[in-house]
Design a protein around this ligand. Structure first.
Ligand SMILES: Nc1ncnc2c1ncn2[C@@H]1O[C@H](COP(=O)(O)OP(=O)(O)OP(=O)(O)O)[C@@H](O)[C@H]1O
Ligand SMILES: O=C(O)c1ccc[n+]([C@@H]2O[C@H](COP(=O)([O-])O)[C@@H](O)[C@H]2O)c1
Length: 189
């Protein structure tokens, strides 16, 4: 099976992430998209991170009615911070019959030179890159990359956490069940 891996902190998952996952699942030969919840992104501070099990739960309730979307806690058991090459090596060994591609925004794609073992990643895996405003990418010819013009909601989890703190509405920005769960538990307050 061809799996698109969508890595992120998902702190919290929002409609912008879901639009991308659904678009990839329906407009590429990827059969399933797996949200890989990263306990700790190597390039981000840990300060405002909600516990990873709570973030995973929010992802699960966001996608529970969509059979093409899955969530995985694979990085919870691996060494931290979570380097994508290590996760992929583990997944490829665990699921040898699967083909894994990496789903990335063009902003993250431009950051790739900062990633661990990027040459091996580019040699062994395909990328699915969706354009984000201000970050036009033209992947090098030797990289296996599909560039998509997916619909976008330009919002970040950082902005959403600020909204929650300031009691600004997040209705229609967060899936309703996610919004209710965050509110009930007073996350990000
Ligand atoms: N609004 C959005 N639309 C599409 N992709 C997004 C959007 N926001 C983030 N992404 C991408 O989704 C992936 C996971 O995002 P992640 O949760 O780590 O970031 P974020 O929402 O920008 O969070 P933060 O603001 O906490 O840094 C990354 O590849 C990121 O580039
Ligand atoms: O492997 C790396 O060196 C590496 C460095 C930075 C980010 N990543 C992965 O990319 C994901 C998205 O990162 P970001 O910064 O675009 O939100 C993150 O959750 C990690 O899985 C991976």
């Amino acid at each position: 099976m061809h799996i698109g891996l969508y890595f992120g902190s998902f702190n919290p998952i929002h409609i912008g992430h879901l639009i991308i996952a659904e678009f990839v699942a329906n407009n590429t030969d990827v059969q399933q998209v797996w949200f890989v919840v990263s306990p700790h992104n190597p390039l981000k501070s840990e300060a405002s991170l909600l516990n990873e099990y709570n973030r995973l739960h929010l992802v699960n309730i966001a996608i529970e009615d969509n059979s093409k979307l899955k969530a995985t806690d694979v990085e919870f058991k691996l060494a931290r911070p979570s380097y994508t090459i290590d996760t992929l090596t583990y997944l490829q060994e665990k699921y040898p019959a699967n083909q894994f591609s990496i789903i990335l925004g063009s902003d993250s794609y431009q950051n790739l030179p900062k990633w661990k073992n990027v040459d091996i990643l580019k040699r062994d895996y395909a990328f699915i890159v969706y354009q984000r405003p201000g970050y036009l990418v033209q992947p090098e010819p030797e990289v296996k990359a599909t560039v998509l013009d997916a619909p976008l909601l330009e919002i970040s989890a950082t902005q959403i956490r600020k909204f929650i703190k300031n009691n600004t509405s997040t209705r229609y920005i967060l899936p309703e069940k996610v919004r209710m769960e965050i509110e009930a538990n007073r996350y990000y307050k």
